[in-house]
Design a protein around this ligand. Sequence first.
Ligand code: CUV
Ligand code: SF4
Length: 646
Amino acid sequence: MENIVYLNRVSDPASAAMLEKAEGDCVETCFERADAQKNQCSFGKSGVCCRICHMGPCRITPKAPKGICGADADTIAARNFLREVVGGTSAHSDHGRHLVLLLKEAATGKAPGYRIKDERALRYAARLYGVEEYDRDADDVALDLADLFLREFSEQEGYLRTLELAPKKRMGVWEAAGVKPHGIDRVVVEAMHRSTMGVDHDYRNLLKHAFTTSLADGWGGARIASIVSDILFGSPTPVASQSNLGVLGEDTVNILIHGHEPALSEVLTVAAADPAVKEYAKAAGASGITLAGICCTANEILMRHGVPVAGNFLQQELAIITGAVEMMVIDVQCCMPSLPDVAANYHTEIVSTADIAKTIGARHVRVEGRDPVRSAKELVKRAIDNYKNRDASKVNIPKNKEPLVAGFSVDAIKYMLGGRYRGSFRPLNDAVMQNRILGVVGIVGCNNAKMKADSYQTILTQELIKRNVLVLQTGCAAIASAKAGLLRPEVALAQAGRGLREVCEAVGIPPVLHMGSCVDNSRVLEAATEIVFEGGLGDDLASVPAVGVAPEWMSEKAIAIGCYFVASGIDVILGNPFYVSGGRNVYDYLHGGAAEDFGACFHLIEDPMEAADAIVAMLNKQRDVLGINKKAERKLFDMADRRAAH
Ligand code: CUV
Ligand code: SF4
């Protein structure tokens, strides 16, 4: 109750309690720094500050409507926007590239610590890409596939092969709009070239390339990252676990894994389960080892191993403030540079593991590719050695933890809907056609210290399932739902509208499906594509009653994701604005004109209830076009339906 003031900043009581503790412990968090940054630069916010050349920085005002070179507000805003899309696309794609290289090493025996775990996923992917797999050794297939994926990065003349996984009609849209990407690396270099001083000045041409770049992410780097993760680490299947800071143990050695790359976290799960390592922990006086995740690494190991989730983006500092974390292992993306400063107030050690991502104050440890499990064991032992330094007077672990079910890869959903031998989206398509389910909405992305954490995404999720919308989630939005109890099937079912509940009960899926990390937004596209292929809901992604929402996004990655959703024909609602409003034409194209090219655009809606209304209206409009909006028969799901569903 005394946490009321903190509950203006965060939604869950565990986070509020840690914010209060932070104040007592005199530890600064991003929430305080957000206050210190309160009067943010209006030129930056409207996208009209240019520092691309050193005649500038130039800022556009009514009195100075052009930069020194003559660039207007639209040119400047579009260049800045393109460079943000480049940042996001590069993050997902470079992550994907590392995994492809690891697959290649695993296939050629150069990374003996890794192996092909899911041969079925490998052979499925090989067939998708036309790589011969019948009667061939898995390693040979993997090597060919890895080489094909590497060409997705380096291709100079041809277009991305992964685009061909989309419905035919969508490929036609991309062709007509001139946004088919060449190789990922080429697209990114070209974007930096076009947006440097004195090159591309037509905002329309710049935005076109922003969409091209984003397609190299969603239908390139990110999709490849998900495919290769499944091959190397296994395709996720539904798994039960828990979330929020209460997953940390009072008397266990607590190790947090934070960042994005599954390669290291996978071996850490192996190392922490090793009997000798567990013994070592006992000898140090702990009852065991608790491994838990933050951000998207959390989602990766949750989906595959049921490792609990300690928290999402805005909880990374708060987790350390429990005083009960022996080590936080970070790799790439979304890891705050403040972590060592926070950790300095406790006994926590921050360990960075990616050579491209170092932070002053963190200890850098290289994970040996030849024997990653040994490196991981050494890390875990180091954390165990640190257990004795835990200061009991500084420990306060919130009790809050919520059970959850996650792990809904497209393959898993198909299986649940249709059964092992004829896995199919048919029952879902039928449910949408019969108006038991209004449509499908993907709620994705981060949380943001400028908004009340998790509030928008939780309110919207609850409201949508009430209105019979099936919700797919990834990233920190999925973790927000987990903390709110919405990934407990029985809790979500109790809140769901009648039609959605009946369908979910009949086929055995919950109303809110956790599909993975940020790169796994490609799984959302994959699901939408399967719905198109299944038939009955149009022949293009744009015709499926589906909407994407990024309620509390903050990362450039979210911008790239939003763009590839729109370019794929799926409308996207933003809970907070892009920095483009100063370029009026840029704003208007992104929030309107893009629909003429792609059949979808962005919509800025800062209130979750308004967003829910808008989504229902958008889904109904799509249903009208499909001619499936006849009044639903209000009959119960009967035995015949049940049989048909299985
Ligand atoms: Ni990659 S990008 S804060 S961890 S979802 Fe979470 Fe997800 Fe955004 Fe980062
Ligand atoms: Fe100013 Fe033009 Fe240089 Fe940008 S590119 S800083 S607008 S002179």
